[in-house]
Design a protein around this ligand. Sequence first.
Ligand code: 6PG
Length: 247
Amino acid sequence: MKKKREILVFRDTGAMADHILGVWTDICGEAIKRRGQFCVALSGGKTPVPLYNKLSLTPYLPWNKTHLFLVDERIVPYDHGESNFGMIRRMLLGSIPLPEENIHPIPADDAAPSDAAVAYESKLSAFFNLVRNEVPAFDLMLLGMGADGHTASLFPGADALKEYSRLACAVIPYDRDLMPRVTLTFPVINNSSHIIFFISGRSKARIVREVLERNNPSLPAAMVRPVSGRLLFILDDDAGALLSKEE
Ligand code: 6PG
């Protein structure tokens, strides 16, 4: 039986990306065999860039049966340098045969944060045919983690961490210099069949240890606990530097 939580450490983000591409291909194949489609939610940040690069070279994957969503987004136009969807569009979407109707960005380019969150929830409800309190079940949720332990746009101490009745919510930072965002909430993240954390860099090593070995409950990344799915941590040597060797 496959383990529910697995930690793999690689030499660099290129090797991490190679491994995730293999996992993606397997999960995608299984999902399409089971339900005829594969639904994946992607994160922004720098760590997944090599993965998106590699994915852009895979026109042979079943893109016509793949539906691509976003984990979180900043409230900026899509052509803004900080837009997650903008980055994914530049890196990936121009090079693969993914039909327009299979692309589901967070409508954050021209809306107030709370309106964008409501609009994204409506999109999710319609696409996944949700009734009442149902939550979507993504086949794959790709997450990053910041050096403060945030994941998606779920930051330590934020109200969004306690949001258990919404699918997506607005995140208004206390610091006015930071951008408002929209994020998927824990109920959605934790309902995924597969969750992959993609974490690199020495600045994250201490928090990686807190999350993986101390289960520090104040850290959002430690609140990612799949209801029944699998959780895979893919780290580079630097991010995994403080972990004890056995798992
Ligand atoms: C984002 C994501 C964020 C990201 C982490 C890690 O859009 O930035 O919301 O959760 O995944 O901050 O980012 P790096 O990969 O750049 O370290």
